[in-house]
Design a protein around this ligand. Sequence first.
Ligand code: GLP
Length: 242
Amino acid sequence: MKITVAKSEAEFFRAVASRIVAQMMQKRDAVVGLATGRTTTPIHAAVCDIHRQSPFDVSRVTVFAMDEITNVSREFAGSCYAMILNQIVKPLGIPPANFIMPPTRSDDFAREARLFEQRIAERGGVDLQILGIGENGHLGFNQPGTSFDSICWHSRMDPQLEARIRRESQTPDNVILGGLTLGIKNIMQSRKIVLAANGPHKARIVAVALNGPVTTEVPASILQRHPDCEVILDPAAAQNLF
Ligand code: GLP
């Protein structure tokens, strides 16, 4: 794994953004997997800044979010669909047909999972996958204990996140919130991966995932085995590493 420690948090956001932009410029029909959350929101803003200052062609680029919250409305501002749409797809002008997402509601998520994988495969697979990391080492909605052989599946989110999403989306208690997520095996099939982490709350898990044993108890530890994975950190997230 290549580890890049940015000089500041602002530099961290720009560094990850530059990897996304470089991929889109190098291959005009690139397939780029994105992630949502606090980490990536400012990264996406930095991508839009670069695009505003020096526009590049995105008419053939495909993007998707690697996971989606299920059983909420797509219009809920916290859905991965809404976040990627508003943070990247609309501001860059990526054609709607090139924004691939599973639905948030379905009576058959197993079928939706296969369809999502199929639509990505039809475009040639993933050139670049951007990943965040959970404080327990999760990738997407693959919580600790998930098999490294997992393919796209309907998982549960961690209880804290579930409580927050339930509040924000005003979802009643009798509706189970889930997460449709690419599996670990899908993630590892990406040609290139960038794992992005910032802030002191990520320092512990970053050190465990990068320096500890490869174990399903820390899903992100599998990235040690990926042939082309760059970990980009801000100084706070890197503080336990060296
Ligand atoms: C969430 C999402 C992941 C994300 C991660 C980190 O649960 N499912 O896709 O990468 O947790 O989120 P954040 O960047 O807000 O810390």
